[in-house]
Write a protein that binds this ligand. Structure first.
Ligand SMILES: NC(=O)c1ccc[n+]([C@@H]2O[C@H](COP(=O)([O-])OP(=O)(O)OC[C@H]3O[C@@H](n4cnc5c(N)ncnc54)[C@H](O)[C@@H]3O)[C@@H](O)[C@H]2O)c1
Length: 330
């Protein structure tokens, strides 16, 4: 079985790749487990650090048809489409966001259509497709009303995926991810980058800036659960996505103030004092337009799982990333 991850050098792409290599198999279109013989990690930057013989690292621009045709062929039965320009970058660079988040998505679906073998395509959308005057808990029927370039682009790509699936060109499955926290590594160009930074940096004894108010409410999922849910969505039978190709994944609703309280409980007031509160109106506007919670009935009925609470998200970061990093430094 040949599997492709676009955005394979990214944060979730790498973690998903490690998970797939560890599992060694996925369910094919007939629902039968098949060995993963080939895992292609495609990204504009190289996905370094993979020595597994099943992995092929390919660099290229996903908006370039020739680059894409090098990594999608008739043997590619499953595609995790994660390549994207994230929120603040898409807001700052209109053309880039449109090109990567919409045009390249259509190009990928079109490439699959031309090959004619209807691969599974897992796509990651975002809370950012919602916005405006939202109910306290967003329902499946809540209208999409994105308030950012990124949100608009994700919403358009969701519809494209639904249409290419309706026509039988792909078996598309779209997961709307909550904001992923706690993300290891360095801050990135997502407006939500602080949602990891205000925990990660203090736990690493570094200073950080919180650009939003303490009462700002976020909808969060740990990296661990995000990857579990991507694999779970892949292996579900096609009937789960026939009526609706898009699914809101479970999350945890917390205010930024509650996140900081958790940090204090787990790591003490010295960690909390590493956070400098410095409002950024652009980030506040984007994040403030996102839902702080949505209904999880459909996701739970299908068997998707979220984190228990924000404390367990922080503990997962400490176990999965912080401890591993400190051990590698010894
Ligand atoms: N992390 C989150 O909080 C979150 C929340 C909701 C949705 N998502 C979505 O999940 C997916 C993965 O997110 P992530 O956090 O790993 O982001 P990331 O930025 O770490 O990964 C995205 C990858 O896409 C690659 N990319 C960008 N332009 C490209 C191009 N022209 N050609 C090929 N590759 C290109 C980047 O180099 C990067 O490695 C994205 O689609 C993102 O929108 C993430």
């Amino acid at each position: 079985m040949k599997v492709l991850i676009t955005g394979g050098a990214g944060f979730l792409g790498r973690r998903l790749a490690r998970k797939l290599l560890q599992l060694g198999k996925l369910k094919n279109a007939k629902g039968v487990e098949e060995k993963i013989d080939s895992l292609v990690l495609f990204d504009v930057v190289p996905a370094d650090g993979f020595s597994d013989p099943r992995v092929t690292v390919v660099t290229g621009d996903i908006a370039d048809p020739q680059a894409l045709s090098r990594v999608v062929d008739a043997q590619t039965v499953s595609i995790f489409h994660l390549a994207a320009v994230v929120s603040s970058q898409a807001e700052a660079d209109f053309d880039l966001g449109m090109r990567i988040n919409i045009d390249a998505a259509r190009l990928l679906f079109e490439t699959c259509r031309r090959l004619g073998h209807c691969p599974k395509v897992l796509f990651t959308s975002s809370v950012a497709v919602y916005g405006g005057d939202l109910p306290a808990v967003v329902q499946d029927e809540t209208a999409l009303n994105p308030q950012s370039s990124y949100g608009i682009e994700k919403a358009i790509a969701e519809l494209l995926l639904s249409e290419y699936s309706r026509k039988g060109f792909i078996d598309g499955r779209c997961l709307r991810l909550p904001t992923i926290s706690v993300r290891p590594g360095k801050p990135n160009k997502a407006a939500s980058s602080f949602a990891s930074g205000i925990i990660r940096e203090p736990l690493n004894n570094e200073e950080t800036v919180c650009p939003v108010t303490a009462d700002t409410r976020l909808w969060l999922l740990s990296p661990r659960q995000a990857v579990e849910n991507l694999v779970f969505a892949h292996d579900l039978g096609a009937e789960a996505f026939v009526q609706n190709r898009v699914l809101n994944l479970p999350g945890v609703s917390v205010s930024v103030g509650e996140m900081v309280e958790t940090l204090g409980r787990i790591s003490g007031q010295a960690a909390v004092s590493k956070i400098r509160w410095e409002s950024d109106p652009v980030v506040q506007r984007i994040i403030g337009s996102w839902p702080g919670s949505w209904d999880m009935k459909r996701a739970h009925a299908l068997g998707f799982k979220g984190d228990k609470d924000f404390d367990s998200i922080v503990h997962a970061y400490i176990a999965d990333d912080l401890v591993a990093r400190r051990c590698s430094e010894i």
